[in-house]
Design a protein around this ligand. Structure first.
Ligand code: NDP
Ligand code: 2IT
Length: 449
């Protein structure tokens, strides 16, 4: 284990998010490696931390003033042992190799947990869609795809959305791919419904995170009805987390963006959520406007650089971090536990720092890590791929039924693996071990490739 961290840190000393993600998995899978000398002999760990391929490219585009702009594009093809590379694209100014490698690494194990045949990948750009016109976003997406198209394909690598990449961006990217290749295939998921998208894909990550929370609660013979919930973010994942919470009779009281957060003690009901969806998806405004529209809510400015985030310092039962990595630090975790929160279901990828995770595990609360809890999004992406291959579309009920069953199966698989590898009730150990074993076995079967 120390050896693997040494290798990873010596090779890429500056990739701290990637180190964080590898460290968590390496710690979790120690008992697997002890029981399986064949994995050690085949150097599975050493191979699994090295991407199969990393693609980096220049993305030149012209803004509305006719100025030339240059961004950097990436695709990390991490592991294809159990299927074509699969994972989202993130457009955000913070994007760099470390962040995308951590996301691609997590994706490998997450995808394995879904039971669907998908390898792991991730990509994106340091392009910031905020404040750009639709025409600028289109020109950027077209230039990005002009290069990416050489590397992807429906049986090779199938990107989707993530932060900053939603239905609009997927549309522009798909249009350009189709034009370059002269083929209409399922090369991207998260497509709109009228041209190959799947029902429930927009909802899937948020709904899935809520289904996962419900499964965790069921181990204590409880349900979400009547529970007060803290939700961060106000994008795709946060919105559909709120929608499902409302449907199940829970009360979401917070939402945020990168400028600040709102706290609405009365709860965010469906008409308030409609307002948020309009605000964020159509007007592309800021969450501050929620408190202007609903004056009983409070708005507070927050920065990720602050000591702690006051969003996590309200009395509640459950928390659904749905914004970004490392948004819950040790102090936030302590605040959550002190406020009575005993269910954490991570819609975001790696939102809790290692300190925070230790606090949750020590407190014995129900802690559902992102790899397990937010796998519903990529799971329904996998179902979108199946529908595209069949050239059929399934009903809302069918897809939601699959999603619900997949989230239940991820929950039970994680619990069983946690038990088998000596940490009963620990979803971190369980999910990492179960995902790892599936990928490791496929790698053993396929030889040294
Ligand atoms: P969106 O772009 O739709 O929304 C992101 C939200 O998070 C926005 O409210 C954004 O605020 C906020 N946010 C982003 N970066 C930061 C930051 N550095 N500090 C504070 N707030 C920030 O993205 P998604 O909802 O799709 O993604 C949210 C999380 O869920 C990510 O971690 C993503 O990797 C993960 N995820 C997404 C899946 C999907 O299917 N979309 C699947 C599985 C996981 P602002 O508008 O100010 O930027
Ligand atoms: O982190 C994730 O799982 C996603 N952004 C979704 C990936 C996908 O291919 O749907």
């Amino acid at each position: 284990m120390n050896d693997i961290m040494q290798i990873v840190m010596n090779r890429d000393p500056d990739e701290k998010e990637f180190h964080q993600a590898v460290h968590e998995v390496a710690e979790s899978v120690k008992p697997v490696l002890e029981q399986h000398p064949e994995y050690r002999q085949a150097r599975i760990m050493e191979r699994i931390v090295e991407p199969e391929r990393v693609i980096m490219f220049r993305v030149p585009w012209e803004d509305d003033q006719g100025e030339v702009r240059v961004n950097r594009g990436f695709r990390i093809e991490m592991n294809s042992a159990i299927g074509p590379y699969k994972g989202g694209l993130r457009f955000h100014p913070s994007v760099n190799l470390s962040i995308l490698k951590f996301l691609a690494f997590e994706q490998v194990f997450k995808n394995a947990l879904t039971t669907l045949p998908m390898g792991g990948g991730k990509g994106g750009s340091d392009f910031d869609p905020k404040g750009k016109s639709d025409a600028e976003v289109m020109r950027f997406c077209q230039s990005f795809m002009l290069e990416l198209a050489r590397h992807i394909g429906p049986d090779t690598d199938v990107p989707a959305g993530d932060i900053g990449v939603g239905a609009r961006e997927i549309g522009f990217l798909f249009g350009m791919y189709k034009r370059i290749r002269n083929e209409f295939t399922g090369v991207l998921t998260g497509k709109s419904l009228g041209w190959g998208g799947s029902l429930i894909r927009p909802e899937a990550t948020g709904y899935g995170a809520v289904y996962f929370a419900a499964e965790m609660l069921s181990t204590r013979h409880e349900t979400l009805a009547g529970k007060t919930c803290l939700v961060s973010g106000s994008g795709n994942v946060a919105q559909y987390t709120c929608e499902k919470l409302i449907e199940l009779g829970a009360k979401a009281v917070t939402l945020s963006d990168s400028s600040g957060y709102i706290y609405d003690e009365e709860g965010i009901d469906s008409s308030k959520l409609d307002f948020v969806m309009q605000l964020k998806n159509v007007r592309r405004g800021r969450i501050r406007e929620y408190a202007e529209k609903y004056p009983q809510a409070i708005y507070k400015e927050v920065s990720l650089a602050d000591d702690f985030n006051p969003l996590w310092d309200h009395p509640a039962d459950c928390a659904f971090p749905s914004a970004t990595q490392n948004e819950i630090n040790g102090k936030d975790a302590q605040n959550l536990v002190n406020n009575g929160v005993y269910v954490i279901s991570e819609g975001a990828n790696m939102p809790s720092t290692p300190d925070a995770i230790d606090i949750f595990l020590d407190a014995g609360i129900l802690y559902g890590l992102g790899k397990a809890a937010n796998a519903g999004g990529v799971a329904v992406s996998g179902l979108e791929m199946s529908q595209n291959s069949q050239r059929l579309s399934w009903s809302r009920e069918e897809v939601d039924g699959y999603l619900h069953r997949i989230m239940k199966s991820i929950h039970s698989t994680s619990l069983e693996a946690a038990e088998r590898y000596g940490s009963p009730g620990n979803y971190v150990v369980g999910a990492n071990c179960a995902g790892f074993v599936k990928v490791a076995n496929a790698m053993l079967d396929q030889g040294l490739v």
